[in-house]
Design a protein around this ligand. Sequence first.
Ligand code: ZN
Length: 392
Amino acid sequence: MTVFDDLVGQDQAISVLSRAAAAAGEAVRGGRGTGMTHAWLFTGPPGSGREEAARAFAAALLCSDGGCGHCDQCHQVLIGSHPDLESVRPEGLSYSVKQTRELILRAAGAPTQGRWRVILFEDADRATESAANALLKAIEEPPPRTVWLLCAPAPDDLMITIRSRCRQVTLTTPSTEAVAHVLATRDSVPWETATFAARAAQGHISRARSLALDEGTRHRREAVLGIPRSLTGVGECVSAAERLVKTAEEEAAAATAALNENETTELRRIYGEGSTGKGLNRGLVRGGAGALKELEDRQKSRATRIKRDSLDAALLELVSFYRDVLAMQFGAGVELANDDIRFDLDQLARSSTPEETLRRIDAIMRCRERLGANVNPQMAVEAMMLSLRGAA
Ligand SMILES: [Zn+2]
């Protein structure tokens, strides 16, 4: 077993990363100049596992055995508690220059355990322009033992000046079979459910896992995919918009609640609440309330981001519906993402034209753009529903 085992269908990336980690390890042991690339860029479509790949690489760099998967170093990296790995996500919708500068300062410190100091920068495409400029300066002149791992959907999402200084690792969408295989073997999901989930998630492994294991996720998917056939009148469009926005909010709330609870419990533990020790039994120790407030603010802006991401995911689910319809209209023999509702797809495929289907897909993409530009979600989604209906 190695830390790379969990990367599904990424053989090429794994071979690049494990060789690089092995070379870096040998150089460190030999006390030679490392020749290490100090900035790496992990790109790939949503769900291809960019962050997982970057994290596995971090473990391979920090483990003395190239990422064995079972030592202390590997374990700490994988659960996110390794002192030499700093993993950051944007706090709100984007990275601020302040957050980035603080990170760069911490990145400059020497590794505590003598190998590397690794900074995992998730969603690097969400850096504001000034944050990106600060980041560029940091990777232009990296301290000798600092390694930056940036993750973004596509190389084009980053400034060319940053991109050109990074070694690129490209992840691909794993096949339905590969995802189903993982669900069946590692999560003990029955084969039929595993194939359904893998197909519906279109190679998005964590989405597939959640579809296979969580009934709530399956219900929310059904609610979204039931929308097209419900758009029979203007009133129905308005209520479908309400439902979609609400479904996304529920999905976000479920995801947020799980994250928040752990963090808050952990912070309270650090600041001594619940402890019966002397001076601590009157609640939080000094500084605790401030830290808790700060955490709550951070959680609030994260909730906004998760809510936006969930709505976007629901819209992409709708796109997959109409893409399936289009495939049927063209008689393309491709795998349908929503094969389980073939009857609905077929009905719409017969009663509309490919041009109408394309206009519907356009309407959804326009809605995503408007949401990205901060238009009120209910309004944007309502307009989209009316176009979905009107295209017929
Ligand atoms: Zn290890």
